[in-house]
Design a protein around this ligand. Structure first.
Ligand SMILES: NC(=O)c1ccc[n+]([C@@H]2O[C@H](COP(=O)([O-])OP(=O)(O)OC[C@H]3O[C@@H](n4cnc5c(N)ncnc54)[C@H](O)[C@@H]3O)[C@@H](O)[C@H]2O)c1
Length: 420
């Protein structure tokens, strides 16, 4: 079996835990290089996946400066560092797996469009499309099982502790540093809804705000850090509860490379993950609803919320002759064809890795690198469309729910994308 080689840029949670891990278990792939400024993370990666010293770099530009080192490259750097590496590695001839969001603004999307070398060279990490759950739902719709598609409802249940971890204390808490939640978290949902309907989105309407995680809601006696907070034991968002329990996988793996109790205590004593959720420097929205209207007048309503017990996505899809009801986390799908008996399906359950999405994504990336497949499902062009949907949702929210067209941002015409 011929082997393909891959380099990884950014050896953090995604680069190390997801991609490095999955690729290192494949016989047809070799991870050959890594770029990571944090020495501890770089060394951890090199040790775990057997990378030669001279193939370890402290910055993506250092790796870029070498002649092309591998067939493919994975860009898993922080959100603000996607566009420039994408353009430069594309120019160098790499085939690229790019983390979402592809860009933080519509202007940056245009920069990507201006670089012709990105065309046909990118697979975007919209992992949901690769899950058995969404693949099954898509097949039901495309086979016409529920007749004519009328409408969709999707709810992204982020989960109270996940929201506190990532969007109050963590990397995606602040718009200036990453972007609005509807982009950083829910660009996946815009992508899925665009894919399920198979149509262009023409209008977006949205409302939502940061309802809860701010000083106004801070309990009277609470202190600024959980470790010395007198009301910690009454708080579901407590860092002690999230990081000092038995689990040492995600999200604990994010706060410290050393997962011992001592190291974790230190991380929440001094680091960002020990801050009170009511006194952080977060400003991103914690609850938002969006209506996406497609060019065949199908409407998708979408809600993302911090305030859920489970981490999952649920959906209801309405058709002229039936409905689909599903829950991503449990893998349960109910197909109710009107006048017939309900059918219940339980799709293959894959724990972790975004319900199997990470594995499916890597499977397709490697098949594409091996030339076993000459196309990818999550193209840059599709992702550009769904990112415009997310930008439009944020713009509408800021305008108190005024209708906004995704094309408004870049005057993007469908033909612009088709020409590429
Ligand atoms: N597809 C998904 O479902 C999914 C899930 C989680 C995160 N993400 C995205 O993946 C990306 C990475 O997220 P993460 O959770 O791994 O974050 P992370 O902070 O754990 O990892 C990012 C890594 O990039 C490194 N880095 C910073 N500057 C660099 C540079 N100049 N050159 C090389 N590396 C550099 C950082 O030191 C860090 O280790 C983000 O854009 C995030 O939004 C996607």
């Amino acid at each position: 079996m011929s082997e393909v080689s891959v380099s990884i840029v950014g050896a953090g949670n995604r680069g190390y835990d997801a991609y490095g891990n999955i690729l290192s278990h494949r016989e047809d792939t070799r991870v050959v290089a890594v770029a990571e400024p944090d020495e501890e993370k770089r060394v951890r990666f090199a040790k775990a996946y057997g990378i030669d010293r001279e193939m370890c770099f402290t910055d993506w530009k250092e790796l870029l400066a070498k002649d092309r080192l591998s067939d493919g490259i994975i860009i898993a750097t922080p959100d603000r560092l996607h566009v420039d590496p994408l353009i430069e590695f594309a120019k160098k001839g790499y085939r690229i797996l790019l983390e979402k969001p592809i860009a933080q603004s519509a202007d940056d999307v245009l920069k990507i469009l201006d670089c012709k070398e990105t065309s046909g060279r990118v697979i975007v990490a919209h992992v949901l499309r690769y899950t058995p759950f969404y693949k099954t739902v898509k097949t039901f719709i495309d086979e016409g099982k529920i007749g004519k598609l009328i409408g969709l409802e999707q709810t992204e249940k982020i989960g109270f502790f996940h929201f506190a971890h990532s969007y109050v204390r963590g990397n995606w808490r602040n718009e200036k540093e990453s972007g609005p939640t509807i982009l950083t978290k829910s660009c996946h949902d815009a992508d899925i809804l665009h894919w399920l309907t198979g149509r262009a989105c023409k209008k977006v309407i949205s409302r939502g705000k940061l309802y809860y995680f701010n000083e106004q809601n801070k309990p009277q006696d609470a202190s600024n850090r959980c470790l010395n907070c007198p009301v910690e034991k009454f708080c579901p968002y407590s860092a002690v509860k999230i990081y000092l329990q038995d689990n040492t996988d995600w999200p604990v793996s994010v706060i410290s490379t050393d997962r011992s109790l001592k190291a974790r205590k230190k991380a929440i004593k001094y680091g960002p993950y020990g801050r009170c959720v009511y006194s952080s420097d977060n400003d991103v929205v914690d609850h938002q609803t969006v209506f996406f209207v497609f060019d065949n007048d199908v409407i998708a309503s979408f809600t993302m919320s911090a305030f859920t017990g489970k981490i999952t996505r649920t959906l209801n899809i309405y058709g002229s002759h039936g409905e689909i009801i599903g829950d991503l986390e449990s893998g349960n799908i109910e197909l109710n064809i009107f006048g017939k008996e309900k059918k219940k399906y339980e799709v293959e359950k894959i724990s972790g890795g975004h319900s199997g999405g990470d594995y499916g994504l890597i499977e397709e990336f490697v098949a594409w690198l091996r030339n076993d497949k000459n196309f990818v499902s999550t193209t840059l062009e599709n992702s550009i469309h769904s990112h415009m949907m997310a930008f439009a949702a944020e713009h509408s929210r800021r305008l108190d729910g005024a209708a906004v067209s995704p094309g408004y941002f870049a005057n993007l015409k469908k033909s612009d994308l088709n020409e590429r």
